[in-house]
Ligand binder design. Structure first.
Ligand code: EPU
Length: 301
């Protein structure tokens, strides 16, 4: 979707917003899949209410893009404008055991920065790609650690009230890959409380997790991580592997040979191919195990 409204185009510089006309979102997602649309890069988050109001009033649908690492976006010209927060400098500010982190900050870099300042707890999240905002929204987790455990405060844009809101940690529910945030809440910043730990000890934890991840996940291929959530008490990856689905493909969309719950873009896969592969695999699991797997990846159709 291209912005043609002259009033909006003229207002963007004053709001601290840069426009990338007709951006290909395949360049902004870890899967390397996604159609084209105008991308608005927001440098001042206080501008969000005004920007969104202008887009709403002019009838431009919009969505927020975080790190694009857990996302499958449809092909072709997209029927919405894409909004994206630009990282401020610095991304993280420390005060004792509290880390104040911008939502646009890279998750891995945040974990490392905190580690260097002897703040641990998030070692398991080191190889999870994406931003702090995306990790918050999904309650990202790995190796027994979930980011929600450390959240004390979240600043967000609440679309329902068109306002900036701050929530205390105990006002938010964090579950397995799910949170109580509204679908259209936009994460802006978080206050984390992290346990003190010597850097060397944290580094050791990070090394162990990195090693486990490298040996079990296809890190050098384009993917969005795990495609399906694990059903209670079971592993989706193991189920798909047991069904012999590794290597199954629809065009260039392929079930990884290394970890069956990772679907990779082996070349020029389209969203349509990836969606077709997801449906095929889900149906095979339903027939064999009587379980309907739920997607872990976010899909924008
Ligand atoms: N397994 C197989 N074959 C496979 C994949 C896995 O037999 O192709 C077996 C493994 O050998 C292991 C069991 O299944 O015995 C579980 O596998 P793994 O340890 O890789 O964990 P997972 O349950 O498949 C979850 C998260 C990952 C996270 C890892 C490590 C979900 C859906 N996945 O995977 O998160 O990195 O644990 O904590 O919760 C993601 O969210 O995108 C993601 C990759």
């Amino acid at each position: 979707m291209r912005i043609k409204d002259a009033k909006i185009l003229a207002a963007l510089p004053n709001l601290g917003v840069d426009r990338v006309e007709g951006a290909s979102l395949s360049d902004y997602t870890s899967l390397g899949i996604g159609g084209t649309t105008d991308l608005l890069l927001i440098k001042r988050r206080a501008s969000i209410p005004e920007l969104v109001r202008m887009l709403d009033d002019a009838g431009y649908a919009h969505k927020f893009l975080g790190g694009g690492s857990n996302l499958l976006i449809r092909d072709g010209e997209l029927p919405w404008v894409m909004l994206h927060l630009v990282k401020p400098e610095p991304e993280v500010r420390l005060e004792g055991n509290f880390a104040f982190v911008d939502a646009a900050a890279d998750l891995g870099r945040t974990v490392t920065f905190c580690a260097k300042n002897n703040l641990g707890g998030m070692e398991g999240l080191i190889g999870v790609p994406g931003t702090i905002g995306g990790a918050l929204r999904m309650n990202a987790g790995a190796y027994g650690i979930q980011i929600g455990t450390y959240v004390r405060e979240v600043e967000l844009y609440r679309a329902a009230s068109r306002s900036l809101v701050t929530l205390k940690g105990d006002e938010i529910h964090f579950e397995y890959r799910h949170t109580s945030f509204a679908l259209d809440d936009i994460m802006l910043a978080v206050k984390l409380e992290l346990p003190s730990k010597p850097f060397k000890e944290i580094l050791n934890g990070i090394r162990i997790c990195n090693e486990k991840r490298r040996s079990s996940q296809p890190l050098n291929q384009k993917s969005a991580g795990c495609i399906f959530k694990n059903p209670p008490g079971a592993s989706a990856g193991r189920m798909l592997d047991e069904l012999g689905l590794k290597g199954l493909n629809v065009g260039d969309a392929r079930v990884s040979d290394r970890h069956a719950n990772f679907f990779v873009n082996a070349g020029n896969a389209t969203a349509a191919q990836m969606l077709s592969l997801i449906d095929t695999v889900r149906e095979r699991v339903r027939q064999s195990y009587g379980i309907t797997l739920e997607e872990e990846v976010i899909i924008w159709k």
